[in-house]
Design a protein around this ligand. Structure first.
Ligand SMILES: Cc1cc2nc3c(=O)[nH]c(=O)nc-3n(C[C@H](O)[C@H](O)[C@H](O)COP(=O)(O)O)c2cc1C
Length: 237
């Protein structure tokens, strides 16, 4: 399917067919998920792909036995790992260094990246139990009186940033699934603590979404795709 066709095909499917789907194909769609745009290329995400029947049942319960979870043939859990920011910043520097072929352009890029990942990223992400964020915010608001500046610098702000990126990955995944005629349903309705426990996730992991996967049934699509009129949400300047 073309991208626009896949976007139009994608619907949240709440009742999946009994037929199985190919987990290798689902995995390939998750590889596409990792290609999503993401803040500072920190890739603060993990993807847990579940086909094990026992775990599916437990996860379905954690998703309040919603139909989209209960009838899903596979589930994909989009996990946010904001805690990995320092590790991933170092990884970026190393990768850019390895890519650099020592000409002027790549050396300049490497120097910029080193400053960015060694100074700017820690300024934004480092916090002490959320306390530093308040002071960082005050400083940046003061700077903002004189020039444009970053304003989203608290721990909550960077959590939102990490969740935004994870949501873009989720959308890449769902569109890729639609592109091969597979269906999905994103769910935030879950007991996230229970989901983490079932999957034995890191204590600092956060759940972005649980995505039901399978093939659509007619009754699995609850009516027309409803959207407010485009002119209510579109501004052209
Ligand atoms: C972040 C997020 C959370 C959602 N959570 C649920 C959910 O818990 N259960 C559910 O049935 N649908 C859930 N949905 C699906 C939405 O209800 C659905 O996308 C919306 O009604 C538009 O329908 P469409 O996806 O078919 O276009 C969620 C969607 C998103 C993006």
């Amino acid at each position: 399917m073309k991208v626009s066709e896949a976007i139009k095909y994608r619907r949240s499917v709440r009742v999946f067919d009994d037929k199985n789907i190919d987990s290798e194909k689902v995995k390939n769609c998750l590889i596409n998920a990792t290609l999503a745009a993401n803040s500072s290329n920190l890739q603060l995400w993990e993807f847990v792909h579940v086909e094990d029947k026992k775990i599916l049942k437990e996860l379905s319960k954690a998703c309040f036995n919603q139909n989209a979870a209960k009838t899903a043939k596979q589930l994909v859990v989009i996990v946010v790992r904001k805690d990995l920011w320092s590790e991933r910043a170092k990884w970026n520097i190393k990768e850019i260094k390895d890519q650099s072929n020592k000409n002027d352009i790549t050396i300049k890029r490497l120097n910029q990246a080193t400053v960015y990942y060694n100074k700017i990223i820690p300024t934004l992400y480092f916090d002490l139990f959320g306390l530093l964020g308040f002071f960082k915010s005050l400083i940046f608001q003061a700077i903002g009186l004189f020039r444009p500046t970053m304003r989203q610098v608290t721990s909550t702000d960077t959590r939102i940033v990490a969740h935004k990126s994870a949501a873009l990955a989720a959308q890449n995944f769902m569109i890729s699934m639609a592109g091969i005629g597979y269906d999905t349903c994103p769910m935030e309705g879950s007991d996230t603590l229970l989901v983490k426990k079932i999957l034995k996730l890191n204590r600092k992991a956060e759940i972005s979404m649980v995505i039901g996967c399978g093939l659509r049934t007619e009754k699995g699509i609850y009516g027309e795709q409803l959207r407010v009129p485009f002119n209510q949400v579109y501004t052209y300047i």
